[in-house]
Design a protein around this ligand. Structure first.
Ligand SMILES: C[C@H](N)C(=O)N[C@H](CCC(=O)O)C(=O)O
Ligand SMILES: [Mg+2]
Length: 362
């Protein structure tokens, strides 16, 4: 099965309500979709999220990276030589983790098709059911409390609450939410780099003293500030999770050996796809560090790939794979089956996409 062509298109999906974090506000997902066709007529799909404030990748840079740098090195390659394909993707240019992820996903989709099996079984076959949390965007405390109650009524057992705007209001946000949902919901929080190290320690200790029972705090400080992250980890009881501080396996090594965080949030858009995410899983297993598998604002194309990795790896014990549930439309027929918090993987070939609507190719 040899690669005949690689195309990049665009997809637009409106959200049910604006997605707000300390870093950005999103109304519509506008992402790049990769389509790889082989000489056997098989087709694989992947997705690159436009998240310039985290990865630096834009629609223009993603298309250019794939068409001008990655595509030429892959045309004619045999899918069974996946090791060499992944080396070529990684060596085609530095950084650009989202376009690399999109191509990596499409290759894994084809790899499953080549061996007539579903991808999560090739990756370890550990589970075919996953329970995701749902994100509560950062807004006024009352609106966030209402969103949390709505999540509870829709069956979610864990909410991921966005904070990091102003630590005093963040404390009020969590007090209001905890009062509204009682102890029926597990609450994790994500500051998306919004606090200084001292603010993070201060506000987290206050949350601890008030008994708000926060499962973990994600990326309290700036991505580059590993010393600051370690300062927070060393000075609070709540587990600290590195997100924007960990893109590559090398970043994960650095965090682990310096004990700068207790947990890592792996995202395909940061690692450059499944093949590097597996390396982080292996490292985490060696050092007995549980991981979360997270996502950017992606459609069910990117999320199906992430779900297959989650299905393969036991070291991934926490799941923030909610983006399709935040979308007002699902253009994907096939792939992972989303029923609010429950995600099911069926025994399809590859990722099991049957039809994908609304992709616009140049
Ligand atoms: C969508 C997911 N639940 C999430 O919150 N991801 C964010 C980044 C998403 C983005 O800005 O596209 C995170 O974990 O930081
Ligand atoms: Mg995060």
């Amino acid at each position: 099965m040899k690669i005949r062509d690689i195309q990049v298109g665009e997809i637009k999906i409106p959200l049910k309500k604006p997605f707000r974090t300390a870093l950005r506000e999103v109304y519509t997902i506008e992402n790049a979709i990769v389509r790889i066709e082989t000489d056997t007529g098989n087709v694989g799909y992947g997705e690159a999220a436009i998240t310039p404030v985290i990865t630096g990748d834009t629609m223009g840079s993603i298309k250019w990276a794939i068409m001008e740098h990655i595509r030429p090195s892959l045309i004619g390659m045999d899918i069974e030589n996946i090791e060499e394909i992944m080396n070529r993707i990684d060596n085609s240019l530095v950084n650009n983790s989202s376009p690399k992820a999109a191509v990596d996903m499409a290759i894994y989709d084809l790899y499953g098709q080549l061996y007539n099996t579903t991808v999560y079984k090739l990756l370890g076959g550990y589970r075919n059911k996953i329970t995701t949390d749902i994100t509560v965007s950062v807004n006024d405390p009352e609106e966030m409390a209402q969103d949390s109650i709505d999540a509870l009524e829709r069956g979610y057992k864990t909410i991921k609450v966005k904070v990091g705007k102003d630590w005093k209001v963040d404390l009020l946000r969590l007090e209001t939410i905890r009062k509204a949902v009682g102890n029926k919901v597990n609450i994790r929080i994500d500051a998306n780099q919004g606090w200084t190290p001292k603010e993070a320690v201060r506000v987290m200790r206050m949350m601890e003293d008030k008994g708000l029972d926060i499962e973990l705090v994600e990326q309290p400080v700036k991505a580059y500030d590993i010393e600051g992250l370690k300062y927070v980890t060393d000075n609070i009881d709540t587990p600290v999770m590195a997100d924007e501080s960990v893109f590559s396996p090398q970043d994960a090594v650095n965090i682990i050996i310096n004990r700068a965080a207790d947990l890592v949030n792996i995202k395909l858009m940061k690692t450059g796809g499944i093949h590097n995410a597996i390396k982080i899983c292996n490292l985490a297993e060696i050092y007995e560090m549980e991981c979360m598998l997270g996502c950017m604002m992606e459609s069910k194309i990117g999320l199906t790939a992430a779900c297959h990795l989650a299905g393969g790896k036991s070291i991934i014990t926490k799941f923030d794979l909610d983006a399709p549930n935040l979308c007002a439309e699902d253009p994907v027929d096939g792939g992972a089956i989303y029923k609010e918090s429950l995600i099911v993987l069926e025994d399809d070939l590859g990722f099991g996409f049957r039809k994908i609507g609304n992709i616009i190719y140049d």
